[in-house]
Design a binder for this molecule. Sequence first.
Ligand code: NOJ
Length: 487
Amino acid sequence: MSDKVSRRQLAKIAGLSAAAMAGALEAAEAKPAAPPRNGGGFPAGFVWGTATSSYQVEGAVNEDGRGASIWDKFVRIPGKIEDGTTGDRANEHYHRYKEDIALIKELGCRAYRFSVAWPRVFPDGDGKPNPKGLDFYNRLVDELLKNGIEPWLTLYHWDLPQSLEDRFGGWRSTETCKIFGDYAAYVAEHLTDRVKNVFTLNESGRFVYFGYGIGIDAPGLTLPQAEVNQIRHNSALAHGFAVQAVRAHGGRGTRVGPAENIDACAPAIDTPENVRAAEIALREMNAGYLNVIMTGGYTDAFLKYAGPNAPKFTDAELKIISSPVDFLGLNIYAPQNYVVASDQGAGFMPLPIPKSFPHMNSDWLRVGPETIYWVPKLAAKIWKTDAIYISENGASGDDMVRPDGRIYDTDRIMYLRNYLAQLQRATSEGVPVRGYFLWSLMDNFEWVYGLNKRFGLYHVNFDTQVRTPKLSASFYRNVIANNAAGV
Ligand code: NOJ
């Protein structure tokens, strides 16, 4: 059908008035769909959630004694943020959290992943805590529980206290790792009477390289590879300190694990040789963080490849780094490497990605739904875990508000439908994925892209702060209600 056919014309063709058509759509969205036709669904008790992070949604950066984070400083460097915006206001979630929790409830989600802003709780990173900062998270957690939503807390989603960057060079120093452990202990002591699941650091794979290697994220440095590798090692050490702190100070039954943007490898073609190659690739491409925290050692291939740039470490550090975790949180968006078997090197060859490979509104967000099947399946095998959570998955779209005030994001629905179908394929084969957090509850501050890239199930008008459900919110509600991908 030509693009030139208007909604009014379409309504006419369908024999409906525009108002009746809107009504029909509304009714279709409100009803849960018929039971899944593929005869299956997700396992009973599967955790359905959404996710956000502190700097991306909270705003209120100067309120109630919050200290500055490296992002507060970074966003003020001219040219760093594509649209010149900051997280100063973002979604005003600090004040609107009750309204936002109502939105989560509306989806039928029983879990919500949020992060604690370290400088809200410790304005200088260490030293004197700020009770008003902690109070916000007390209120948030209580409101979630009141609404039947389980809080899943992330300790670090990139908003490092600026004071630690100034005094110690941030993650360049193991001092910051130890202080992170103290902060984790404090949060565990005060919140794990109600919060039962804690993620340590979000996406070491990104904030280390983007922040200290190529200067795209805060603090915006471009250090040599040897230093970047050392910083990655420090981030693993910080994770280990946090695991130990949560164990020592957490309430009974508190579980803890990473939330990592695993370098996602999948076989280009499903043959036993390529699957084996993808398994090796997944381990080696994640040797600098996930593999070392799950096994307690750097692989020979990693150390050989890093050569003189390899991180310096002690056995005692490796022990801390590999403190046993309760689950593996994986952020899975796009395929990073399609691999085939090779008789060279470690046994795999990553293939170049063609320019025409389909992607979503963000260029990096390639559409490879089978990634969310292969990666958890291979990860469970390599690291022998029986609890994997997809700590993030989702997509950006242009999300135009149509003249009828609605957002028909069929592109996001296409992406989610395909990824969830593949996730369901994994769970139906017994891959131990226990839950899924959709990124994101609502449009928010997307780091270097500012407010330009929208990932939400709810559209946010950043001038008026009005939240409007997109069609994908109805889609996700349906998935949750049926506990099935709805293929
Ligand atoms: C991963 C990050 O954890 C999150 O902060 C970001 O907004 C999403 N990916 C989308 O890029």
